[in-house]
Design a protein around this ligand. Structure first.
Ligand code: NDP
Length: 285
């Protein structure tokens, strides 16, 4: 039976350390600050933003929310970002995605100063990750790496199979695993014989967005499974991309959904904001 990798517990432990580090920094006169920008009324985005603010408050990070109407122009949003780029109290800028259709998302993300880009989506930070010299790493994949580290998984020489190639999860997590000397295979919707690819993996990272599409029987005995997927089935139930109960029969360790990768994403946002504030205070990483 697989060991359950408890994302909530790992996140709680990390947040405790972050809060302690924030306190030390504040004693030195630097309060980490995060600006969260929300455009429009998307209910899921509002929930995420409020979770981020609560998490900031709980760790002592100063946060300020800019709630803009869905009709906000691209020019006004760019002006706000320019202001935040120049605001000495702000170490991190997060623009909640998705943005309304009339706003060019890429243009907005590129307007954020790379040294306040705590989401790690600016092309500069993407490039730094590709070249193996990251400055800010995107939160969800970074959270996956922290979970593997906490679980004691040494990726060196391991076969890692990632299912999903999005810019926010699949591709960056592949680069992070590569940096840890894993042999990485990235699968996607055109991959031929996915079961055979997954069966060869020492570590499976699923980021697809389809309920339980990775079958438990595909998982190699003793593999580690990280399930990033969050899929709503029915009214209230959430499931991952991996068939959890059946996968537990084969995996050595597995993340549940919910309570796995989810809690790590906001934790890594706090972590990146703290990192940015430490840099402002002239401290080395
Ligand atoms: P995307 O929709 O951007 O990407 C999904 C990927 O899955 C694509 O690369 C797609 O391939 C691939 N895919 C789709 N169908 C199949 C298939 N049948 N076989 C193999 N590959 C397939 O999703 P995201 O990366 O944004 O998110 C993935 C999941 O992770 C979602 O459930 C999302 O909710 C969750 N998520 C969770 C977070 C958290 O904090 N826990 C944060 C971010 C995401 P192709 O490129 O060929 O289309």
């Amino acid at each position: 039976m697989a060991k359950i990798i408890d994302g909530k517990a790992i996140a709680a432990e990390m947040r405790e350390q972050i809060a302690a580090d924030v306190k030390v920094l504040m004693d030195q006169g630097v309060t980490p600050g995060l600006a969260v920008v929300l455009v429009g009324e998307d209910p899921a985005s509002r929930v995420y933003v409020s979770m981020k603010e609560k998490a900031c408050a709980a760790t002592g990070i100063y946060s300020v929310e800019h709630k803009l109407s869905a009709e906000t122009s691209e020019a006004d949003l760019l002006a706000l970002i320019a202001n935040l780029n120049g605001d000495a109290k702000i170490d991190g800028i997060l623009v909640q995605l998705p943005l309304p259709d009339h706003i060019d998302e890429a243009k907005i993300l590129e307007a954020i100063s790379p040294d306040k880009d705590v989401d790690g989506f600016h092309p500069y930070n993407v490039g730094r990750l590709v070249t193996g010299n990251p400055v800010f790493q995107p939160c969800t994949p970074y959270g996956v790496m922290k979970m593997l580290e906490h679980t004691g998984v040494d990726l060196k020489g391991k076969e890692v199979v990632i299912v999903g190639r999005s810019n926010i999860v699949g591709k960056p997590v592949a680069l992070m695993c590569l940096a840890e000397h894993a042999t990485v295979t990235i699968c996607h919707s055109r991959t031929v014989d996915l079961p055979q690819k997954v069966a060869a993996a020492d570590v499976v990272i699923a980021a697809v967005g389809q309920p339980e599409m990775i079958k438990g029987a595909w998982i190699k005995k003793g593999a580690v499974v990280i399930d990033v997927g969050v899929n709503r089935v029915g009214e209230k139930k959430l499931v991952g991309d991996v068939e959890f109960v059946a996968a537990c029969e084969n995996a050595a360790a597995i993340t549940p959904v919910p309570g796995g990768v989810g809690p790590m994403t906001i934790t890594m946002l706090l972590y990146n904001t703290l990192l940015s504030a430490k840099r402002r205070a002239g401290q080395q990483d």
